[in-house]
Design a protein around this ligand. Sequence first.
Ligand code: GTP
Length: 296
Amino acid sequence: EENDSNRKVLLMGKNGAGKTSMRSIIFANFLPKDTMRLGFTIAINESRIRFLGTLCLALWDCGGQDHFMQHYFESQRDTLFRSVQVLIYVFDIKSDDQRDMKYYKSCVEAIKEHSPTARIFVLIHKMDLIPLEKRSETYSKKEREVYQNSENLSVVCFATSIWDETLYLAWSKIVNYMIPNSEMLSQSLKKFCVACEADEVVLFEKSTFLVISSYSAKEHRDTHRFEKISNIIKLFKLSCSKAAARFKSMTVANSNFCAFIDEFTSSTYIMLVSSDSSVQPALTQMNIGIAKKHFE
Ligand code: GTP
């Protein structure tokens, strides 16, 4: 069998669903509004994305126009759906085109046949276009329909939009699935958090700012808080680079808490949150410096 590094991530879905938009925001530093100018993808756009130093994602963005779709399920079927590690299927929540579910079902069948161990993620996308009070109901309905067409394979669904942190949440989960020894990483992070007497420690991947791992010593109500930070810092980094400055670190503090974000290993940023005002910033920075070597 081919090893994981040769296996691909298929990004599929009908034309206009938002595949290239999300790929460009997460991996190519596009702002959400920049995606309005994107043209449709012709056939398949293959990119190799370096991630966390050693991980390489072979991301295949498959143009969704009908004539391309037909090729995927006919002449290209055996090659396209072979050696797939992850299938990401994107639905535009606003589209009620019947072909969309049919295409999804065909993808699942082809995956089942050619890459039975592949993991399937479904992004129910453009949720921002649904009025807030209808979102949860609209999402659940689509999700049910997806499960019914998934051939009993285990599928994970997310509600997403390029206009908020949900995009980061979904892609963090997808990428985390592909990171080897993520369990070990989270154990080390926990030890570090306890040693620093911090409330929370989060690792972000350097270029995408996706959450790689996190540990919280305290419970929190807002379960999307790290992805909100991903989104905010990514936008901040982009505005820094427009001003020809480079984002390096940030400290946010008031009388209740203190949060540091700083470069960590060569491929990560770390964030440390502490509500103990007796913890000296300099000490925390020193601890981060010492831990670096261990994580590199
Ligand atoms: P093909 O290349 O034809 O397969 O399409 P695609 O799936 O790559 O779609 P693309 O990324 O080109 O996006 C089409 C349009 O949808 C663009 O104008 C985006 O700005 C818009 N779009 C993408 N994501 C969202 C979203 O979350 N919300 C809203 N409102 N619009 C979005």
